[in-house]
Design a protein around this ligand. Structure first.
Ligand SMILES: *[C@@H]1O[C@H](CO)[C@@H](O)[C@H](O)[C@H]1NC(C)=O
Ligand SMILES: *[C@@H]1O[C@H](CO)[C@@H](O)[C@H](O)[C@H]1NC(C)=O
Ligand SMILES: *[C@@H]1O[C@H](CO)[C@@H](O)[C@H](O)[C@H]1NC(C)=O
Ligand SMILES: *[C@@H]1O[C@H](CO)[C@@H](O)[C@H](O)[C@H]1NC(C)=O
Ligand SMILES: *[C@@H]1O[C@H](CO)[C@@H](O)[C@H](O)[C@H]1NC(C)=O
Ligand SMILES: *[C@@H]1O[C@H](CO)[C@@H](O)[C@H](O)[C@H]1NC(C)=O
Ligand SMILES: *[C@@H]1O[C@H](CO)[C@@H](O)[C@H](O)[C@H]1NC(C)=O
Ligand SMILES: *[C@@H]1O[C@H](CO)[C@@H](O)[C@H](O)[C@H]1NC(C)=O
Length: 437
């Protein structure tokens, strides 16, 4: 329970660093954003790579001006540096952007470890750092450790608390946890597993009865895993970072006859992509195995627990605009970006974190015009902000992190997803729960 007591003690102590004096406020206001972003890593590029995400920042600038969050003559500049979620590269580039480029705000790498490094360096300069992408670690809500950050990314600790609340709500005593955890950057299941452990440590009535990481796909090992599940649980949380792996496991569940009414499978954040959420049980490859029906039998026993529901129609429009903006100032990515057909859903978080910065500056500058790059002050001012973003309603709590609204859905008779329930977080507690069916 120590983590409950720590935050306030250090809040002010750690922020007294050697600040460079704030530059005088120019009119018109000039703001420079430093963006750290992956580009060519084959695992990261499709999910959160530059070509499919960067112009989300431009679209957010447009909205900041259009909604008059900042003066209409504000001059925004973006400087970006490529880092493939590497800690060392990220550290060097954070220094470069803060010192040489003298940016007013940093958007950190979309992966947990490098974002933590940028957040620490940002704190030592007392410059604001905003987070996006897969920076899902619950540690970002420790304000004494990261006093200058604000984030719109739902974190896995809140997800874990929500899973426990759900277990209590349905009076399910214990559950099994099956997950993958590869070395691939930007994947979340390993973090979720750690945070579920932490949550079950502090909450009574939330017990893991069996836990297994799927390391390989040897038949005998999977058979053992499933037999163990059979002996230990009827509620199973499945976290697979790749949809193909999830489907393969669903088929195994079917083969073992574990797709009857005795079992329930909880899938935390299957995908933020609406069509993937609907089709995760289908084999969309060129050589389909014709087993979609088997996988569907299991899918009908699943409940999807999602931290954000991106509206398909809104996202389509956003995606088209984003790709168009990649071709223009300042990215001019015409040739290089010509192969992209749509934006990544992570771009929605990049957009929302930039909007959050705009709103935070509005609050900060309304009080004191010179404070706009005082990271501590900017992060404090993020508290309590609420807006409608590309990832749904964004609510920021007292720790400058997001209070997420989780939706629980399942397949109805016509194989469409229905939202059954919502869990609303408030400062690390699920405070309200609405039942929609
Ligand atoms: C903050 O936003 C409000 C409402 O859009 C606007 O009236 C005000 O001028 C903004 N403040 C600054 C400092 O731009
Ligand atoms: C914005 O600032 C940059 C850098 O100072 C400058 O090159 C650019 O011309 C400015 N843009 C506008 C529209 O004033
Ligand atoms: C694993 O279980 C499946 C389904 O029960 C069975 O068909 C298969 O032979 C088993 N494999 C091994 C290696 O035991
Ligand atoms: C797409 O978004 C733009 C900017 O937000 C808006 O002006 C436009 O009406 C939207 N188009 C559709 C079809 O929703
Ligand atoms: C982008 O397009 C690809 C290929 O058409 C599709 O598989 C994917 O679901 C789309 N992604 C989004 C976020 O719409
Ligand atoms: C704004 O903040 C600066 C730096 O902390 C301080 O010197 C100044 O007095 C403040 N101005 C107002 C109007 O509070
Ligand atoms: C930055 O903001 C913090 C928190 O409000 C304040 O304690 C500190 O004096 C500010 N620093 C400067 C240089 O204004
Ligand atoms: C901040 O997070 C800590 C746990 O890391 C929690 O105990 C505390 O209640 C949170 N404070 C606020 C204001 O959300």
């Amino acid at each position: 329970m120590l983590w409950l007591l720590l935050p306030f003690v250090y809040l002010f102590k750690c922020t007294t660093t050697q600040f460079a004096p704030a530059p005088p406020v120019e009119t018109p206001l000039k703001l420079k954003v430093g963006l750290l972003i992956p580009k060519d890593d084959p695992d990261l590029a499709p999910k959160m790579g530059y070509r499919r995400t960067a112009a989300a920042v431009s679209l957010a600038f447009d909205r900041i001006l259009y909604e008059q969050m900042l003066p209409s003559d504000t001059n925004f500049t973006i400087v970006w540096r490529t880092e493939e979620c590497q800690e060392i590269t990220s550290a060097g580039l954070s220094f470069e952007l803060l010192e040489k480029e003298d940016v007013d705000m940093l958007i950190a790498s979309p992966c947990n470890e490098p974002a933590m490094i940028t957040s620490t360096i940002g704190a030592s300069f007392n410059r604001p750092v905003f987070l996006w992408g897969a920076t899902t670690s619950g540690e970002f809500s420790q304000m004494q450790r990261f006093p200058t950050i604000a984030t719109v990314v739902p974190n896995t600790f809140d997800m874990a608390l929500t899973i426990c609340t759900m277990m209590q709500e349905f009076d399910w005593q214990k559950f099994a946890l099956i997950y993958t955890n590869t070395e691939t950057k930007g994947e979340k299941c390993g973090y979720l597993q750690q945070d579920i452990e932490k949550a079950t440590d502090v909450l009574f009535g939330c017990t893991i009865s069996y836990k297994r990481r799927v390391v390989d796909w040897h038949d005998d090992r999977l058979n053992t895993t499933l037999e163990q599940v059979k002996h230990n649980a009827r509620v199973v949380v499945l976290c697979f970072d790749r949809l193909a792996d999830l489907r393969q496991f669903l088929l195994k569940i079917h083969d073992h006859g574990m797709d009857n009414e005795e079992y329930v499978y909880i899938l935390p954040d299957v995908s933020s992509n609406p069509s993937d959420r609907l089709n995760f049980y289908k084999d969309l490859s060129l050589n389909p195995d014709n087993r979609d029906n088997d996988a569907l039998q299991v899918a009908k026993r699943t409940l999807l627990l999602d931290s954000s529901l991106i509206s398909e129609i809104k996202f389509k429009n956003f995606s088209e605009q984003l790709l168009r903006r990649m071709d223009e100032y300042p990215f001019y990515c015409r040739q290089e970006c010509s192969k992209e057909v749509n934006a990544s859903t992570f771009a929605a978080l990049l957009h929302d974190t930039t909007i959050l910065w705009g709103l935070t500056l509005n609050h900060t500058m309304s009080r004191n015009k010179t404070m706009y790059r005082n990271g501590t002050q900017v992060a404090l001012n993020a508290a309590g902000i609420e807006f409608e973003g590309m990832t749904g309603t964004v609510n920021i709590n007292g720790n400058s992190t997001r209070d997420t609204i989780y939706s629980l859905s399942g397949f109805d008779k016509t194989n469409n997803l229905q939202v059954y329930m919502k869990f609303i977080m408030n400062e690390r507690q699920v405070v309200s729960l609405s039942i929609l069916f």
